[in-house]
Design a protein around this ligand. Structure first.
Ligand code: HSE
Length: 298
């Protein structure tokens, strides 16, 4: 009647895949406890580690859970406790972790009426509340693990992508907050055919590289012509962090989600840790506090 779960952080976009690509960090995340209650509906009963609304309709976990319960008849309700580690506005999928965690936990307590892929449509409603846009590139990897692709939004078509064995992600979070809604409002609504060609070439290259364990191809494909140039100016020392990481062996570097976190992908743990060290040195040099994580991608 109760489940305790880990709700993982995620990196969305992966440079060239704005709103479609993402990966799961399985050592960075929140904890949640969800239990059945005789009272129907959803109640958020405890939030630790963040100042977030308890009102169900204003809480991303609450909204995602309500979207799910609208489609299924239950004679009871659920209470949700949220223990946040991922900071809001960090770029590593804080709202996605809560949204995905809520629907995953409830699905387990209901005896799994939905597949994890089917849960994405409900978790997206939490993202819509958080940022104004129902993107799935964080909730999909949070629910499925590893790398994921949103092949289409209408109809929703989520594909789990194979991950090479030695793939590691380094993520550094400079301690400033960047709201996804603000980071989306600065984007242009139209792009040139020329940029689109470069971008979809890289998306194809990245997917091909992941399937064939071609780390060099993955590295060549981790570029973003369209979003990074506009958003990187909001992130302290972005160019220097990127340059240092690449010079020290990272395959590629980009903005994690809508920032301000910066991610690097590397082949092997040793390289990922070296990359972490040089990223930290950049922020140490300007006295900017940060959090750093190195995760193996499964
Ligand atoms: N794809 C979304 C964006 C992710 O970049 O706005 C937000 O975390």
């Amino acid at each position: 009647n109760e489940i305790k779960l880990f709700a993982p952080g995620t990196i969305a976009n992966l440079s060239c895949g704005f709103d479609i690509l993402g990966l799961c960090l399985d050592n960075v995340g929140d904890e949640m406890i969800i239990r059945k209650s005789n009272q129907k509906g959803i109640r958020i009963t405890k939030i630790v580690g963040a100042d977030l609304p308890f009102e169900t309709e204003k809480n991303v976990a609450g909204v995602a859970a309500l979207a799910m319960l609208e489609t299924i008849e239950t004679g009871f309700g659920f209470e949700i406790e949220i223990y946040k580690n991922i900071k809001a506005g960090s770029g590593i999928g804080s709202s996605a972790a809560s949204s995905a965690g809520a629907v995953f936990g409830i699905n387990e307590l209901l005896g799994r009426p939905f597949t994890n892929k089917e849960l994405v449509q409900f978790a997206m409603q939490g993202e819509k509340l958080a940022s104004g846009s129902a993107h799935a590139d964080n909730v999909a990897p949070a629910l499925l693990g590893g790398f994921t692709l949103v092949r289409s939004y209408e109809p929703l078509d989520i594909i789990k992508i194979k991950s090479p064995d030695e793939m590691f992600a380094t993520v550094i979070h400079p301690q400033i907050e960047l709201r996804t809604s603000d980071a989306r409002s600065i984007l242009k609504q139209n792009i040139s055919l020329k940029s689109a060609i470069v971008q979809w070439g890289n998306v194809g290259g990245l997917i091909a590289g992941l399937y064939t364990n071609d780390y060099e191809l993955i590295g060549r494909s981790l570029h973003d012509e369209i979003v990074e140039p506009l958003r990187s100016i909001l992130i302290p020392a972005f160019d220097l962090v990127k340059k240092s990481a690449i010079e020290n062996g990272a395959l590629g570097v980009g903005i994690s989600g809508s920032g301000p976190s910066i991610f690097a992908l590397s082949k092997g743990k040793e390289t990922a840790e070296k990359v972490a060290k040089v990223m930290c040195e950049v922020y140490d040099g300007i006295n900017l506090p940060y959090e750093i994580h190195v995760s193996k991608i499964n």
